[in-house]
Design a protein around this ligand. Structure first.
Ligand code: NAD
Length: 518
């Protein structure tokens, strides 16, 4: 097991493929090799707990990005014809290698992203499950067949890869989200150009290196770095057939529109505002524990975080208990064993979150717990915000309209379940929601009436396992095929339907062509 103190430092990070020992520049991954970019433009890579610069991320040049696409295009020619069992075997090996390197991956995530080490392992684990599911590709990619669609005529449908695909990922799950994308794209016979978040690309680099070790041929997955220009390149390149995007609304809408306009298939998972509804009959301790973990875990930087709670009826009196539980959480750098809440990703995020808390006060909300000025000993320069609870929140307040993406819980109240359902259904997002109750009838009614893509009943973060799909809806998703599971298989494959006619005897010499549409 990784020692909690053996945290990846800039030095230990530089021993991985992610950063070169000399320059500590994050490499590109092209044709199965870590390649130094020739760019003159870089983005600083910082440790969110200290704001120390631990590396630099290149903004790849157009020529380099073209090389990556060309490499994926060439690799596709043979990879698409590789036997399905060979592709499945690479996934079997990849899952074993990810398990082997779990500690290293988690340490890198904690260093670059800031989340606690156990949470970083969770990040890797939830991606690992997609790799495990991808091992079932021989049955998942089966097509359809029907004999005798006409006399001596049979039809079969094949599910074939698209070609070169692209993945654009956010900072908050540096391992899980790349693993939602490239394993499924590859195992179905596609190749992929991946653009990880410029804020924490290390885990993605380690994962593609593991893919090579697992037997994925060079060129099948390439990694380029950068920001908007890199994204535009992906949206516009004629050889890229599909784009998987996960991130904010602004980028997601832009990529969906620009990619679609260029004829690409796009799946775009975006922002969220997930509500938890607490009924007065809920198991109190269990519910408050679940809520606390779901609101403040990963410093609230999860798209499925429960960022808003609606206290229904007599549960309105639970506010002091919620505040008391939040107060007990330990804010510290993610590699410390006692840390419950790590730093936010950047100084800008910290400022933004603190501004939203201050704004809530001005708008008349009751900030029952304010973590704005938290000081973490030894990490005074880090991007920490302590758990914060804003009560008396109304739908028109900025703290409710915005996705806060910090350790801040908005508390609302409702007289009854119907009122709570109305609040949620009137919110533009539809990523997830959770109800806490001991009453099955209430639960059934909620499940039936609520307009969100992922519903938890006494489950605070209902992210489905990969035999299902991640089914965020409404304002949280653009596209018609969600990530992983059956929908993910559909996204990365296209149908080809073959109709064939075989008869041993020829037609009589005087037979006339059949001119009517058959
Ligand atoms: P982000 O949109 O800032 O970045 C995501 C990717 O898009 C990055 O690779 C980045 O380089 C690129 N990008 C950023 N701004 C861009 C722009 N204006 N034009 C083109 N490309 C741009 O997102 P983030 O801050 O890294 O991640 C947090 C967001 O992601 C939150 O909104 C969160 O809810 C969302 N998210 C959603 C899901 C989901 O499944 N729905 C999962 C994780 C995160």
């Amino acid at each position: 097991m990784l020692s909690r103190l053996a945290v990846a430092t800039p030095r230990s990070l530089s021993s991985s493929a992610a950063v070169s020992a000399k320059a500590e520049t994050v490499k590109m991954w092209i044709d199965g090799k870590a390649v130094e970019s020739k760019t003159s433009e870089y983005i600083d890579l910082t440790n969110p707990a200290t704001n120390e610069v631990i590396g630099r991320v290149p903004k790849c040049t157009t020529a380099e990005m073209n090389d990556a696409v060309e490499s994926s295009k060439q690799a596709f020619k043979s990879w698409k014809n590789t036997s399905v069992l060979t592709r499945a075997h690479t996934m079997f090996r990849l899952q074993a290698l990810i398990r082997r390197d779990m500690g290293k991956l988690a340490a890198n995530i904690t260093l670059e992203q800031g989340k606690t080490l156990p949470d970083a392992e969770g990040d890797v684990n939830r991606g690992l499950q997609v790799v495990e599911h991808a091992c079932s590709v021989p049955s998942l990619q089966l097509g359809e067949t029907l004999n005798n669609v006409s006399k001596d005529m049979d039809t079969y449908s094949l599910r074939l890869p698209l070609g070169v695909t692209a993945g654009i990922t956010p900072f908050n799950f540096p391992a899980m989200i790349p693993l939602w994308m490239f394993p499924l794209a590859l195992v179905t016979g596609n190749t992929m150009v991946l653009k990880p978040s410029e804020q924490d690309p290390g885990a993605a680099m380690m994962l593609v290196e593991l893919a090579k070790e697992a037997g994925v041929p060079d060129g099948c997955v390439n990694v380029i770095h950068g920001a908007h220009k890199t994204v535009d390149f992906i949206c516009d390149h004629p050889d890229i057939r599909a784009i998987s995007f996960v991130g904010s609304d602004q980028a997601g809408k832009y990529i969906y529109e620009r990619g679609s306009r260029n004829g690409k298939r796009v799946q775009s998972n975006m922002g969220a505002k997930n509500h938890g509804v607490i009924m007065p009959d809920a198991a109190k301790e269990h519910t408050i524990n679940q809520l606390t973990a779901a609101a403040f875990g990963a410093a609230g930087q999860r798209c499925m975080a429960l960022t808003t709670v609606i206290l229904v009826g007599e549960a309105r009196s639970w506010l002091p208990d919620i505040v008391a539980k939040a107060k007990k959480l330990k804010v510290n750098a993610g590699h410390h064993a006692d840390s419950d809440v790590g730093p936010l990703i950047s100084k800008a995020s910290k400022q933004r979150v603190e501004k939203l808390i201050a704004g809530a006060k001005k708008e008349g909300a009751n900030v029952a717990l304010d973590g704005s000025n938290v000081v973490v000993k030894g990490y005074e320069s880090g991007n920490f915000v302590g758990p914060s609870v804003i009560a008396g929140v109304k739908p028109n307040m900025e703290c409710y309209r915005e996705e806060i993406f910090g350790p801040v819980l908005c508390v609302m109240e409702a007289e009854n379940l119907d009122e709570a359902i109305d609040i949620i259904n009137n919110n533009p997002y539809g990523n997830g929601t959770a109800l806490f109750t001991t009453n099955g009838v209430t639960a059934r009614r909620f499940t039936n009436e609520i307009d969100c893509g992922q519903v938890g009943i006494n489950v605070p973060i209902p992210v489905p396992l990969p035999m299902f799909s991640f089914t965020g809806s409404r304002g949280s998703f653009l596209g018609d095929q969600n990530f992983y599971g059956k929908a993910g298989m559909n996204f990365y494959t296209q149908w080809k339907t073959v109709t064939q006619f075989w008869r041993s005897d020829d037609a009589p010499a005087d037979a006339r062509p059949q001119m009517a549409f058959p």
